[in-house]
Design a protein around this ligand. Structure first.
Ligand code: NI
Length: 173
């Protein structure tokens, strides 16, 4: 089921989301709905507060180009109670968008590499080593769980701009 995406100004986006005590069927239904909602909006990630649920659940879906060929593969995962356990000192800047702030892009600096521990959709413990866009998208979503939006993290106040209609949701998270 596609859920309504909450937009900036909705207080749920600024609340600290609650830890999930146990991964239940309800949690799994939430994850499935979040994946469907993210895909319908062509996003690369979504956090539960963005569908009005103040719980620590995120989904990420990033298309990665293979280095050896022109082929690409899609990496998808759901994380419950994600925690950053380590991050690289090395950082990089790139543009981010957010499905809750449609039509805007901004330049944000993020660590190049992070280690994240979490529970997966089945409630099993997982640890992920993430680089590049996977790291960026996952950190953007974890920020949502603490009520933080990318516009809070711009490298400079003027490093935010509008994108053309039709492109506005592409690659937002
Ligand atoms: Ni976002």
């Amino acid at each position: 089921m596609v859920r309504e995406i909450r937009k900036i100004g909705d207080p749920v986006l600024r609340r600290k989301a609650k830890k999930v005590e146990k991964v239940t069927r309800e949690t799994q239904k939430l994850i499935d709905d979040m994946l469907q909602t993210m895909r319908e909006s062509h996003g690369m990630g979504l956090a539960a507060p963005q569908v009005g649920v103040s719980q620590r659940v995120v989904v990420v879906e990033v298309e990665q180009k293979e280095e050896s060929s022109s082929a690409s593969s899609t990496i998808t995962y759901a994380l419950v109670n994600p925690e950053v356990v380590r991050q690289s000192d090395e950082t990089w800047q790139d543009q981010e968008g957010c499905l809750s702030i449609p039509g805007w892009r901004g330049e944000v600096e993020r660590p190049l590499h992070v280690s994240v521990k979490a529970l997966d959709r089945s409630g099993n413990r997982v640890k992920l080593e993430l680089d590049g866009w996977l790291a960026r998208a996952t950190l953007h979503e974890i920020d949502h769980l603490d009520g933080v939006l990318f516009i809070d993290k711009l490298v400079a106040p003027d490093r935010v701009w509008r994108v053309k209609e039709g492109e506005e949701e592409k690659e937002a998270a």
